[in-house]
Ligand binder design. Structure first.
Ligand code: UDP
Ligand code: MG
Length: 322
Protein backbone atom coordinates (compact mmCIF):
# COMPACT_ATOMS: atom_id res chain seq x y z
CA UNK A 1 0.00 0.00 0.00
CA UNK A 2 1.45 3.30 -1.07
CA UNK A 3 1.56 5.81 1.74
CA UNK A 4 0.45 9.26 0.76
CA UNK A 5 0.44 11.05 4.09
CA UNK A 6 2.76 10.65 7.07
CA UNK A 7 1.84 12.47 10.25
CA UNK A 8 4.78 12.92 12.62
CA UNK A 9 3.92 13.58 16.25
CA UNK A 10 6.52 14.01 19.03
CA UNK A 11 5.39 12.68 22.37
CA UNK A 12 7.00 13.47 25.69
CA UNK A 13 4.91 12.39 28.67
CA UNK A 14 1.52 12.92 27.06
CA UNK A 15 -0.32 9.84 28.43
CA UNK A 16 -3.52 11.80 29.11
CA UNK A 17 -3.72 13.21 25.62
CA UNK A 18 -2.86 10.28 23.34
CA UNK A 19 -6.35 8.67 23.13
CA UNK A 20 -8.03 11.95 22.14
CA UNK A 21 -5.13 12.85 19.84
CA UNK A 22 -5.41 9.50 18.12
CA UNK A 23 -9.14 9.62 17.63
CA UNK A 24 -9.22 13.19 16.31
CA UNK A 25 -6.27 12.64 13.98
CA UNK A 26 -7.57 9.36 12.52
CA UNK A 27 -11.00 10.89 12.02
CA UNK A 28 -9.50 13.70 9.98
CA UNK A 29 -7.24 11.43 7.95
CA UNK A 30 -10.01 8.90 7.40
CA UNK A 31 -12.02 11.65 5.73
CA UNK A 32 -9.13 12.44 3.39
CA UNK A 33 -7.82 9.01 2.55
CA UNK A 34 -9.03 5.86 4.31
CA UNK A 35 -5.89 3.76 4.10
CA UNK A 36 -3.03 5.67 2.52
CA UNK A 37 -1.60 7.22 5.65
CA UNK A 38 0.60 6.48 8.64
CA UNK A 39 0.87 8.19 11.99
CA UNK A 40 4.40 8.13 13.34
CA UNK A 41 4.57 8.79 17.04
CA UNK A 42 8.05 9.62 18.28
CA UNK A 43 8.33 8.79 21.94
CA UNK A 44 10.99 11.21 23.12
CA UNK A 45 12.07 9.26 26.21
CA UNK A 46 8.77 9.59 28.07
CA UNK A 47 8.79 8.33 31.63
CA UNK A 48 5.04 7.98 32.02
CA UNK A 49 2.83 5.40 30.25
CA UNK A 50 2.90 7.09 26.84
CA UNK A 51 4.85 4.31 25.13
CA UNK A 52 2.61 1.53 26.48
CA UNK A 53 -0.49 3.40 25.38
CA UNK A 54 0.99 3.88 21.92
CA UNK A 55 1.88 0.20 21.65
CA UNK A 56 -1.69 -0.74 22.54
CA UNK A 57 -2.93 1.53 19.75
CA UNK A 58 -0.53 -0.14 17.32
CA UNK A 59 -2.04 -3.54 18.11
CA UNK A 60 -5.44 -2.21 17.04
CA UNK A 61 -4.32 -0.10 14.11
CA UNK A 62 -1.38 -0.99 11.88
CA UNK A 63 -1.28 2.54 10.46
CA UNK A 64 0.35 3.55 13.75
CA UNK A 65 4.13 3.48 13.87
CA UNK A 66 6.35 4.20 16.81
CA UNK A 67 9.91 5.42 17.03
CA UNK A 68 10.99 5.27 20.63
CA UNK A 69 14.15 7.22 21.44
CA UNK A 70 16.67 6.06 24.04
CA UNK A 71 16.17 9.18 26.17
CA UNK A 72 14.69 12.66 26.00
CA UNK A 73 16.48 14.33 23.08
CA UNK A 74 14.17 17.31 22.66
CA UNK A 75 11.33 18.42 20.45
CA UNK A 76 13.31 19.31 17.31
CA UNK A 77 15.29 16.06 17.45
CA UNK A 78 12.09 14.06 17.97
CA UNK A 79 10.46 15.66 14.94
CA UNK A 80 13.61 15.00 12.90
CA UNK A 81 13.51 11.33 13.92
CA UNK A 82 9.89 11.00 12.81
CA UNK A 83 10.61 12.70 9.48
CA UNK A 84 13.54 10.32 8.87
CA UNK A 85 11.22 7.31 9.05
CA UNK A 86 8.27 8.84 7.20
CA UNK A 87 7.37 7.23 3.88
CA UNK A 88 4.58 9.48 2.67
CA UNK A 89 4.47 11.77 -0.35
CA UNK A 90 3.58 14.51 2.10
CA UNK A 91 4.86 14.64 5.66
CA UNK A 92 2.93 16.61 8.25
CA UNK A 93 4.50 17.50 11.58
CA UNK A 94 2.18 18.28 14.45
CA UNK A 95 2.48 18.75 18.22
CA UNK A 96 1.12 16.00 20.42
CA UNK A 97 -0.84 18.18 22.81
CA UNK A 98 -3.64 19.09 20.38
CA UNK A 99 -2.58 22.73 20.31
CA UNK A 100 -2.26 22.23 16.56
CA UNK A 101 -5.79 21.15 15.54
CA UNK A 102 -5.57 18.03 13.33
CA UNK A 103 -8.52 19.34 11.28
CA UNK A 104 -6.18 21.95 9.76
CA UNK A 105 -4.35 19.12 7.97
CA UNK A 106 -7.19 19.12 5.42
CA UNK A 107 -6.39 22.74 4.57
CA UNK A 108 -2.67 21.97 4.36
CA UNK A 109 -3.47 19.26 1.84
CA UNK A 110 -5.56 21.69 -0.23
CA UNK A 111 -2.64 24.14 -0.40
CA UNK A 112 -0.26 21.31 -1.25
CA UNK A 113 -2.58 20.54 -4.17
CA UNK A 114 -1.80 24.04 -5.47
CA UNK A 115 1.79 22.97 -6.01
CA UNK A 116 3.20 24.33 -2.76
CA UNK A 117 6.14 22.26 -1.61
CA UNK A 118 5.83 23.45 1.98
CA UNK A 119 2.66 24.57 3.70
CA UNK A 120 3.08 25.94 7.18
CA UNK A 121 0.55 26.98 9.76
CA UNK A 122 0.52 30.59 10.94
CA UNK A 123 -0.79 31.07 14.45
CA UNK A 124 -3.59 33.64 14.39
CA UNK A 125 -4.03 33.70 18.11
CA UNK A 126 -2.73 31.39 20.75
CA UNK A 127 -4.16 30.51 24.09
CA UNK A 128 -0.79 30.51 25.82
CA UNK A 129 0.38 32.18 28.96
CA UNK A 130 1.11 35.89 28.61
CA UNK A 131 4.80 35.27 29.27
CA UNK A 132 5.06 32.67 26.50
CA UNK A 133 3.17 34.81 24.00
CA UNK A 134 5.45 37.80 24.57
CA UNK A 135 8.55 35.60 24.36
CA UNK A 136 7.46 34.01 21.11
CA UNK A 137 6.30 37.28 19.48
CA UNK A 138 9.62 38.89 20.38
CA UNK A 139 11.61 35.93 19.20
CA UNK A 140 10.15 35.88 15.67
CA UNK A 141 10.73 39.60 15.26
CA UNK A 142 14.28 39.63 16.60
CA UNK A 143 15.17 36.52 14.59
CA UNK A 144 14.01 38.12 11.36
CA UNK A 145 15.97 41.29 12.07
CA UNK A 146 19.15 39.34 12.70
CA UNK A 147 18.92 36.33 10.44
CA UNK A 148 19.73 35.97 6.78
CA UNK A 149 16.74 33.70 6.21
CA UNK A 150 13.36 35.18 7.06
CA UNK A 151 10.88 32.97 8.84
CA UNK A 152 7.24 33.78 8.34
CA UNK A 153 6.02 35.57 11.46
CA UNK A 154 4.28 33.29 13.95
CA UNK A 155 4.81 30.10 11.96
CA UNK A 156 5.50 27.14 14.25
CA UNK A 157 6.55 23.59 13.51
CA UNK A 158 3.04 22.59 12.40
CA UNK A 159 3.42 22.13 8.64
CA UNK A 160 3.20 19.92 5.59
CA UNK A 161 6.27 19.13 3.52
CA UNK A 162 6.39 17.53 0.11
CA UNK A 163 8.55 14.43 -0.37
CA UNK A 164 11.03 16.50 -2.38
CA UNK A 165 11.59 18.80 0.62
CA UNK A 166 11.71 15.90 3.06
CA UNK A 167 14.46 14.20 1.07
CA UNK A 168 16.53 17.38 1.16
CA UNK A 169 15.87 17.95 4.86
CA UNK A 170 16.72 14.39 5.85
CA UNK A 171 20.07 14.59 4.10
CA UNK A 172 21.19 17.88 5.62
CA UNK A 173 24.25 17.10 7.70
CA UNK A 174 23.76 19.62 10.49
CA UNK A 175 23.07 18.47 14.02
CA UNK A 176 21.82 21.67 15.55
CA UNK A 177 18.29 21.69 14.24
CA UNK A 178 15.90 24.56 14.04
CA UNK A 179 13.35 23.33 11.56
CA UNK A 180 11.48 26.62 11.35
CA UNK A 181 14.65 28.25 10.00
CA UNK A 182 15.69 25.36 7.77
CA UNK A 183 12.30 25.31 6.06
CA UNK A 184 12.51 28.76 4.43
CA UNK A 185 16.21 28.19 3.74
CA UNK A 186 15.34 25.19 1.54
CA UNK A 187 13.16 27.43 -0.60
CA UNK A 188 10.66 26.33 -3.32
CA UNK A 189 7.07 27.48 -3.45
CA UNK A 190 5.73 27.80 0.07
CA UNK A 191 2.15 28.37 1.17
CA UNK A 192 0.48 28.95 4.49
CA UNK A 193 -2.73 28.40 6.37
CA UNK A 194 -3.80 30.61 9.25
CA UNK A 195 -5.21 28.86 12.27
CA UNK A 196 -6.16 29.40 15.87
CA UNK A 197 -3.84 27.60 18.21
CA UNK A 198 -5.84 25.84 20.90
CA UNK A 199 -5.10 25.39 24.55
CA UNK A 200 -3.08 22.40 25.58
CA UNK A 201 -5.57 19.50 25.86
CA UNK A 202 -4.09 18.27 29.12
CA UNK A 203 -0.83 17.85 31.04
CA UNK A 204 1.86 20.47 31.37
CA UNK A 205 3.86 22.31 28.68
CA UNK A 206 7.17 20.52 28.12
CA UNK A 207 8.88 23.60 26.78
CA UNK A 208 10.11 25.30 29.88
CA UNK A 209 11.45 28.84 29.63
CA UNK A 210 14.85 27.22 29.82
CA UNK A 211 14.24 24.99 26.80
CA UNK A 212 12.67 27.84 24.87
CA UNK A 213 15.65 30.10 25.54
CA UNK A 214 18.00 27.35 24.38
CA UNK A 215 16.00 26.93 21.19
CA UNK A 216 16.07 30.69 20.58
CA UNK A 217 19.85 30.90 21.07
CA UNK A 218 20.40 27.83 18.87
CA UNK A 219 18.23 29.39 16.22
CA UNK A 220 20.10 32.68 16.24
CA UNK A 221 23.55 31.10 16.36
CA UNK A 222 22.63 28.79 13.46
CA UNK A 223 21.07 31.38 11.21
CA UNK A 224 22.66 34.71 11.95
CA UNK A 225 26.19 36.05 11.99
CA UNK A 226 25.03 39.52 12.80
CA UNK A 227 25.88 39.28 16.53
CA UNK A 228 29.48 38.60 15.56
CA UNK A 229 29.55 41.42 13.03
CA UNK A 230 27.89 43.76 15.48
CA UNK A 231 30.61 43.23 18.03
CA UNK A 232 33.32 43.86 15.51
CA UNK A 233 31.60 47.20 14.95
CA UNK A 234 31.39 47.94 18.66
CA UNK A 235 35.06 46.92 19.00
CA UNK A 236 36.08 49.47 16.39
CA UNK A 237 33.92 52.13 17.93
CA UNK A 238 35.34 51.72 21.43
CA UNK A 239 38.87 51.49 20.04
CA UNK A 240 38.36 54.82 18.33
CA UNK A 241 37.28 56.37 21.62
CA UNK A 242 40.25 54.85 23.42
CA UNK A 243 42.57 56.27 20.79
CA UNK A 244 41.08 59.75 21.20
CA UNK A 245 41.42 59.31 24.98
CA UNK A 246 45.10 58.41 24.64
CA UNK A 247 45.79 61.43 22.45
CA UNK A 248 44.00 63.72 24.92
CA UNK A 249 45.97 62.29 27.87
CA UNK A 250 49.27 62.87 26.10
CA UNK A 251 48.29 66.42 25.18
CA UNK A 252 47.21 67.05 28.79
CA UNK A 253 50.52 65.73 30.08
CA UNK A 254 52.59 67.95 27.81
CA UNK A 255 50.37 70.93 28.50
CA UNK A 256 51.17 70.44 32.18
CA UNK A 257 47.53 69.82 33.22
CA UNK A 258 47.22 67.95 36.54
CA UNK A 259 45.51 64.58 35.87
CA UNK A 260 45.69 62.57 39.11
CA UNK A 261 42.02 62.92 39.93
CA UNK A 262 40.78 60.67 37.15
CA UNK A 263 40.12 57.52 39.19
CA UNK A 264 36.34 57.42 38.73
CA UNK A 265 36.48 57.82 35.00
CA UNK A 266 39.29 55.26 34.74
CA UNK A 267 37.29 52.65 36.61
CA UNK A 268 34.23 53.42 34.52
CA UNK A 269 36.12 52.88 31.29
CA UNK A 270 37.66 49.64 32.55
CA UNK A 271 34.29 48.29 33.64
CA UNK A 272 32.61 49.31 30.42
CA UNK A 273 35.28 47.76 28.21
CA UNK A 274 35.48 44.67 30.43
CA UNK A 275 31.72 44.21 30.15
CA UNK A 276 31.72 44.55 26.40
CA UNK A 277 34.58 42.10 26.10
CA UNK A 278 32.82 39.53 28.24
CA UNK A 279 29.66 39.78 26.17
CA UNK A 280 31.75 39.38 23.01
CA UNK A 281 33.48 36.33 24.41
CA UNK A 282 30.14 34.86 25.40
CA UNK A 283 28.78 35.29 21.91
CA UNK A 284 31.88 33.80 20.34
CA UNK A 285 31.48 30.94 22.82
CA UNK A 286 27.96 30.25 21.53
CA UNK A 287 29.29 29.86 18.00
CA UNK A 288 32.19 27.72 19.12
CA UNK A 289 29.74 25.49 20.93
CA UNK A 290 27.79 25.01 17.71
CA UNK A 291 30.98 24.19 15.79
CA UNK A 292 31.96 21.74 18.51
CA UNK A 293 28.53 20.07 18.42
CA UNK A 294 28.81 19.59 14.67
CA UNK A 295 32.37 18.31 14.66
CA UNK A 296 31.69 15.62 17.25
CA UNK A 297 29.58 13.85 14.62
CA UNK A 298 27.33 12.33 17.20
CA UNK A 299 24.02 11.10 15.86
CA UNK A 300 21.08 13.44 16.18
CA UNK A 301 19.20 10.88 18.25
CA UNK A 302 19.39 7.21 19.20
CA UNK A 303 16.47 4.89 18.64
CA UNK A 304 15.74 2.34 21.32
CA UNK A 305 12.81 0.62 19.69
CA UNK A 306 10.87 0.68 16.44
CA UNK A 307 7.29 -0.51 16.26
CA UNK A 308 5.71 -1.12 12.85
CA UNK A 309 8.82 0.19 11.05
CA UNK A 310 11.80 -1.52 9.48
CA UNK A 311 14.98 0.51 9.87
CA UNK A 312 16.03 0.29 6.22
CA UNK A 313 17.47 3.30 4.45
CA UNK A 314 18.15 5.30 7.53
CA UNK A 315 19.95 8.50 6.53
CA UNK A 316 23.62 9.04 7.19
CA UNK A 317 24.50 9.90 10.77
CA UNK A 318 21.34 8.39 12.24
CA UNK A 319 21.53 5.47 14.60
CA UNK A 320 19.23 2.67 15.59
CA UNK A 321 20.13 0.22 18.31
CA UNK A 322 17.58 -2.50 17.55
N1 UDP B 1 8.11 17.42 23.20
C1 UDP B 1 9.06 16.45 22.96
N2 UDP B 1 10.26 16.53 23.60
C2 UDP B 1 10.56 17.54 24.47
C3 UDP B 1 9.60 18.56 24.67
C4 UDP B 1 8.39 18.48 24.01
O1 UDP B 1 8.82 15.52 22.19
O2 UDP B 1 11.64 17.54 25.03
C5 UDP B 1 6.80 17.33 22.51
C6 UDP B 1 5.58 17.44 23.40
O3 UDP B 1 5.18 16.18 23.89
C7 UDP B 1 4.55 18.03 22.48
C8 UDP B 1 5.38 18.91 21.55
O4 UDP B 1 6.71 18.42 21.63
O5 UDP B 1 3.90 17.06 21.71
C9 UDP B 1 5.33 20.37 21.92
O6 UDP B 1 5.69 20.54 23.27
P1 UDP B 1 4.92 21.56 24.23
O7 UDP B 1 3.47 21.48 24.00
O8 UDP B 1 5.37 21.32 25.61
O9 UDP B 1 5.50 22.91 23.70
P2 UDP B 1 4.74 24.32 23.65
O10 UDP B 1 3.44 24.09 22.97
O11 UDP B 1 4.57 24.69 25.07
O12 UDP B 1 5.69 25.18 22.89
MG1 MG C 1 2.14 22.79 23.34
Amino acid sequence: MKIKYSIVIPIYNEENIIPELYSRTTKVLGSVDKTGYEIIFVDDGSNDHSLEILEKLYKKDSKIKIVSLSRNFGHQEAISAGIDFAKGNAVITMDGDLQDPPEIIIEFIKEWGKNCKIVYGIRKNTKESFQKRVFSKMFYRVFNKLSNVKIPLDAGDFCLMDREIVDILVNLPEKVRFLRGIRPWIGFKQGFVKYNRDKRYGGKAKYTINKSTKLAINALASFSYLPLHLFVGIGFFTSLFSFIGIVLTIIAKFAGIEVVKGWTSTIMVILLLGGIQLIMLGIIGEYIEKIFEETKHRPLYIVNKLVGITPNQLPRGRQVSK
